[in-house]
Design a binder for this molecule. Sequence first.
Ligand SMILES: *Cc1c(COP(=O)(O)O)cnc(C)c1O
Length: 487
Amino acid sequence: MAEPTIYELSSPGRQGVKFPEPDVPQSPLPTEFRRKDLPLPEVSEVDVVRHFTRLSQKNYGVDIGIYPLGSCTMKYNPKINEVAARLPGFALTHPLQPDDTVQGNLYLMYALQEWLKEISGFASITLQPAAGAQGELTGVLIIQKYHADREDTKRKRILIPDSAHGTNPATSSMSGFEVVSLPSDDRGNVDLEALKGLCDENLAGLMLTNPNTLGLFDEHVVEVIETVHAAGGLVYGDGANMNALLGIVRPGDLGFDIMHFNLHKTFSTPHGGGGPGSGPVAVCEKLVDYLPDPIVTIVEPGDEETPPLYGYAHPAKTIGPMKSFQGHFGIFVRAYAYIAMHGSQGLRNIAEMAVLNANYLLSKIKGTYTLPYDRKCMHEFVVEGVWKDAPGVRALDVSKRLIDYNVHPPTNYFPLIVHEALMIEPTETESLDSLDYFADALLKIAKEAHTQPELLHEAPHHSPVRRCNEVLAAKQLILRTGPKPNA
Ligand SMILES: *Cc1c(COP(=O)(O)O)cnc(C)c1O
């Protein structure tokens, strides 16, 4: 039986809160703000609590089960991060407060900057960008300004491998660059010959994700970077997927010029539902003057008695501010707590476990699912969700059937270069039991695809919403605040 909606529970005169008689003169609400047809339900407090609790139970999140969404790194978010972010000294400060009243916040941002620089091997960093995509935009604008300042005005081309995340070409073309797609070779690396053919005086830069979205570490990454540098271009690293590299490889040491982090992926701050996230951008020495304005820094060094005084630096050739104030401060607190909790050895363990978990899972399903690039993977891998002898079944059916097994579907149909792609990233926070359960579900579903394909076609069977038109559901979202139209 369908649960009653909060409108069906409504009963005239029922109230959640009784206000005392007012002890000040009453004045009517201005009529222009009043809507006569606002059908607010009349319900008690317990009705409201049950309504929202029921709604929350319809949701699926990483606190309920495995969420292997490739590229998105849906790892568990430790609750200590939330405790830290809610400390009143952090949560109740205002960005316009005088600097001397927020020295603790400034210190936290400074320390986070230093840690992220050390993790990535870069010279300076901005915490401003609101997410990965805005970090990319920041980086691409820095590339543009760098060439413009040198009056190197012919450089209008950005190269982007065909396995790249869609935000890479989007941010480049938004900034006015010509985007040229770079093919991958048959091992899933950048095709070096194709790269060499595109490196000339028109090249502004290359945006490279390494490990790439196939979950593969580019076997010639240093040569790729040197080739672009030799042609006068800069190399942007999409660092959304630092989970495989933490404590093992530093992109700055490999020769990357710029890189963004996704604190809401690698550093366990919550994401989904549109944010807030955080996409700090780190740069090499020759680009430090172009960073967004301002940057948290030490303005007066301390000594034995007095701590240093924190304030702001203003990069000399800045591209300007990218975000109001400092960015998403609450996310910085969570990332700081996470890094402090793990320490450097702990961060390295994260990367090792992320890679081990992905390879363990892959080894269990390989053979049953086709692996187009047969190599050891990093933190994620991509397989095909189709079989020649199970016509009609597609990757989407596999994903929908996983919902019946209480597993969130992996990323589907991305990267574009894999046919019927299922992109799977288990993350380091899943236990052996959880990986075995997931592998088992995938193996059972592959069997069902051959013996009972209708089970897959009709899935999911038990969710509050079955299959919907996913394009319309995202583009024409109907949020209902009133009773059902014909109820
Ligand atoms: C998630 C992701 C991005 C974009 O990050 P957002 O925070 O979602 O804007 C870019 N590149 C890669 C490889 C990603 O996985």
